[in-house]
Design a protein around this ligand. Structure first.
Ligand code: DHK
Length: 185
């Protein structure tokens, strides 16, 4: 099982979701005690480790490390923590989603090639019970018909596609709003 954690380091096995790996700043509550920022899992599916060299006319020239840095910057601005990961394995993606239960306040996922095939990833997302935002760099609806149907959308609160890697930044901003709504409810 190969996965790619932050800073592009390849790992043979990723640790289960633990404390936030980015934007670890703690904030002080009104009582002065440290508060852990809500954790957003940003999970990327197959071939997204190839961003930057993969069909740049469609996916652009930003690398996955660039996308992670963008996500970290926006999360930091909003007082959120992120755990940013990429895998080429469907089972690993399912395991990471399951590990979000009780740990992550929300999941942002670019399921990539598993968008159109994975009932397993959809079921895992439905089971976790946190807000999910699905992101695609390209506008899948302007592309081949086989890319149009997403199983993942069934589990998603919202979908962002066609806005390039900026879609990840928009997803983090939207997730901050969803988490705030949850906290108010
Ligand atoms: C990425 C992929 O790898 C494709 O399989 C999807 C998506 C589109 C994207 O636009 O980010 O069809």
């Amino acid at each position: 099982m190969a996965g790619q954690g932050r800073k592009g380091k390849r790992q043979t096995r990723l640790a289960p979701f633990g404390p936030p790996v980015l934007a670890q700043k703690t904030k002080s509550s009104h009582k002065g005690s440290a508060v852990t920022p809500p954790l957003i899992a940003v999970l990327n599916g197959p071939n997204l480790n190839m961003l930057g060299v993969r069909e740049p006319e469609k996916y652009g020239t930003a690398t996955l490390d660039d996308v992670e840095a963008l996500c970290a910057e926006v999360a930091d601005e909003l007082g959120l923590a992120i755990d940013f990961r990429q895998t080429n394995s469907e089972g690993e993606l399912v395991t990471w989603v399951q590990e979000c239960r009780g740990r992550a306040a929300g999941i942002i996922m670019n399921p990539a090639g598993y968008t159109t095939t994975s009932i397993a990833v959809m079921d895992a997302l439905l089971a976790v019970g946190v807000p999910v935002i699905e992101v695609h760099i390209t506008n899948i609806h302007r592309r081949e018909e086989f890319r149009h149907h997403s199983f993942i959308s069934k589990a998603a609160t919202g979908v962002i596609c066609g806005l390039g890697v900026e879609g990840y930044a928009l997803a983090i901003r939207a997730m901050a709003g969803l988490i705030a709504q949850d906290e108010e409810a």
